[in-house]
Design a protein around this ligand. Structure first.
Ligand code: ZN
Ligand code: ZN
Length: 152
């Protein structure tokens, strides 16, 4: 993962109305109980909209975490369809704070991608909707090593 910020100069979009295509590997910092072993693959087209920008495209990333029930490692591939409008910083109060990713002509691509991924992650990660978690008697997986008799 790259520790540097991935800033994109969108001056040509904002001032000349040019379209900008961006394809970047964007490092994603760990978030809550999620880890990201590989950078996100962000493919975006940026256009001017009013005094801000609008971007469309996709973000591909694989989140890794623990099943909330059985604690197994879970890999969660995410495919995000992006359609975001971003106003220049200071234009208005944005409760989501997304406007702060655009400062002058600089778009903080890493922060934007991080926010989009964070909002797409499930609140509770499970390996399977049917996961029955850990046995309260032996502590092993109820669907796996546990051999305790369980009245169903
Ligand atoms: Zn599980
Ligand atoms: Zn058991």
């Amino acid at each position: 993962m790259r520790g540097t910020r991935t800033n994109v100069d969108v001056g040509g979009v904002l001032h000349a109305g040019r379209e900008l295509a961006v394809r970047e590997d964007v490092g994603v910092p760990d978030f809550a109980s999620y880890r990201f072993a590989a950078p996100a693959d962000a493919s975006l087209v940026i256009r001017r909209l009013g005094r801000g920008i609008v971007m469309r495209g996709t973000i591909e990333v694989e989140a890794e975490g623990e099943c909330a029930r059985c604690l197994d490692d879970v890999r969660l591939p995410l495919h995000l369809d992006v359609h975001e409008t971003i106003e220049p910083a200071g234009e208005r109060e944005d409760p989501l704070g997304e406007s702060n990713v655009l400062s002058g002509d600089e778009l903080d691509l890493q922060d934007l991608v991080r926010q989009l991924i964070d909002s797409a992650l499930p609140y509770v990660l499970v390996c399977s909707e049917n996961c029955r978690g850990l046995c309260t008697d032996c502590g092993l997986k109820r669907d796996g090593a546990c051999r305790c008799p369980h009245p169903e």
